[in-house]
Design a protein around this ligand. Structure first.
Ligand SMILES: Nc1ncnc2c1ncn2[C@@H]1O[C@H](COP(=O)(O)OP(=O)(O)OP(=O)(O)O)[C@@H](O)[C@H]1O
Ligand SMILES: Cc1ncc(COP(=O)(O)O)c(N)n1
Length: 432
């Protein structure tokens, strides 16, 4: 699938064309790009804008339209009237989904469209939209109406629909703990609400509109696409990272990223000097879960184990969701109480490791398998019961939970962390 992104270049890659490439790549789509302007901006400051010439804009559009089957188009920054008219001319006859993200001002306060081009934006770009996705402020600027109890989001959205957009969503309507998007389709209206993340970030609107066009290009309905985009954007805000000195940049956690992180940590783990001493008789598994895992199927682990062969340690098996039962179940219990904890590994219990743990200032808790109630044993949920008991016994988030075994049961240590890399840092303090 090919999606065309028309917009401005953002050297910080937090927004604009570069952000769209990140989103579409994570979703497995080939991104075609047409650059309308080059900006200088970063996470704290917006510098200058240099719009491209009509000639090169025209040539870029011709290059992509003459060669590719395009499944959807996203329009972001269009700086001036010349640019607006050329885009209109090229796109007016298209029969594929077009998502318009009317970016007017950047989060850092820069102007993304010339004041005297707003009228032409309304006349030529808004009617191209299968759906237009202004945030509250952009909707107000477009309509010159302030959203209030009198001028409801519905009234403002209707005004934008009257400009020619087929469907409208006004995003980012904030209440105390919620952020809502109001949606006006041709014959229906609804609100998509979600939990508010207390974070200012750069790029959430760009990610949202890119996710919408992706879903529409996959032939999903407007409603399905907006729900998908809301969830996708939520995760990217949650993952936002303070990479520069200013506001955080939204990040997309792709499936591959989970696999890459776990795989790289396992490779480092098996190369640790003397680590064979920490592999228990029942061998080791190392797991990493998606955000908010519901079952072991959402937890990536080795289907097989990390095994000891003399003084060498080898990986016997492949990474698979559902690949681990024991360590994954322990992680699920931990994650339920502490959602930030998404990775875990089991290691051999030995008194030397325990004293290193105590010296290392890691938070440690334990449970006693011999105290396990009979009904738990029968149901086979020992590990869940054990982790929950250890959590109850600890005032802070435990880094390490151990048990000293029971008749016929090997004692065990489980190390927990936010990411496999975080687990690895803790292992370094206690190994050997
Ligand atoms: N703090 C937040 N917590 C959770 N979701 C949010 C938050 N802020 C925005 N959203 C959601 O992110 C999506 C994009 O909306 P947003 O209002 O951020 O766009 P925008 O203001 O155009 O973004 P940008 O900062 O890139 O200009 C919407 O679905 C909105 O509900
Ligand atoms: C090139 C370009 N396009 C869009 C935005 C809006 O994004 P944000 O509101 O997050 O600054 C931007 N800052 N730069």
């Amino acid at each position: 699938m090919n999606i065309l992104s028309i917009g401005g270049s953002d050297p910080s890659s937090g927004a604009g064309i570069q952000s769209d490439i990140r989103v579409f790549s994570a979703l497995g789509v080939h991104t075609l790009t047409v650059i309308t302007a080059i900006t200088s901006q970063n996470t704290s400051k917006f510098g200058m804008v240099e719009p491209v010439s009509s000639k090169i804009l025209q040539k870029q559009l011709e290059s992509v339209f003459s060669d590719f089957k395009i499944n959807g188009v996203k329009i972001g920054m269009v700086y001036n009237s010349k640019i607006i008219k050329i885009i209109h001319q090229q796109l007016k006859k298209l029969k594929i989904p077009i998502v318009v993200d009317p970016v007017i001002r950047s989060t850092t306060g820069g102007s993304l469209i010339e004041n005297n081009a707003r009228k032409d934006f309304q006349k030529y770009i808004v009617p191209l939209a299968t759906i237009i996705t202004p945030n509250k402020k952009e909707a107000e600027l477009l309509t010159k109406m302030k959203i209030s109890t009198k001028n409801t989001p519905e009234k403002v959205a209707k005004e934008i629909q009257n400009m020619g957009a087929k469907n409208v969503t006004i995003t980012g309507i904030e209440e105390k703990k919620k952020v809502s998007d109001f949606v006006l389709e041709k014959n229906s209206k609804y609100i998509i609400s979600g939990e508010k993340i207390p974070k200012i970030n750069h790029g959430s609107g760009c990610i949202h509109s890119a996710a919408v066009v992706y879903s529409l290009a996959k032939k999903k309905s407007i409603k399905e696409s907006l729900y998908f985009a809301k969830k996708f954007t939520y995760k990217s805000i949650k993952n936002a990272k303070k990479i520069g000195k200013g506001i955080a940049i939204t990040d997309i956690q792709s499936k591959n990223k989970i696999e890459d992180e776990l795989s790289s940590a396992i490779t480092k783990f098996i190369k640790l000097k003397g680590i064979y001493k920490n592999i228990p008789e029942c061998q080791t598994n190392f797991v990493f879960s998606k955000q908010r895992p519901k079952s072991t199927k959402d937890v990536l682990g080795i289907s097989g184990r990390i095994v000891k062969a003399g003084t060498n340690v080898l990986v016997a098996g492949d990474l698979k969701y559902g690949g681990s039962k024991h360590v994954a179940t322990a992680l699920l219990s931990m994650n339920k109480k502490y959602p930030g904890i998404c990775s875990a590994i089991n290691l051999k219990y030995q008194s030397t490791t325990l004293s290193k743990i105590k010296k290392s200032k890691l938070e440690v808790s334990s449970y006693d398998r011999s105290k396990e109630p009979k009904h738990v044993k029968i149901k086979g949920s020992t590990i869940r019961w054990g982790i929950n008991s250890a959590i109850k016994n600890s005032k802070k988030i435990p880094d390490v939970i151990f048990h000293k075994g029971d008749f016929g049961k090997e004692p065990m240590i489980i190390v927990f962390g936010k990411t496999p890399e975080n687990v690895l840092e803790k292992i370094l303090k206690i190994k050997g």
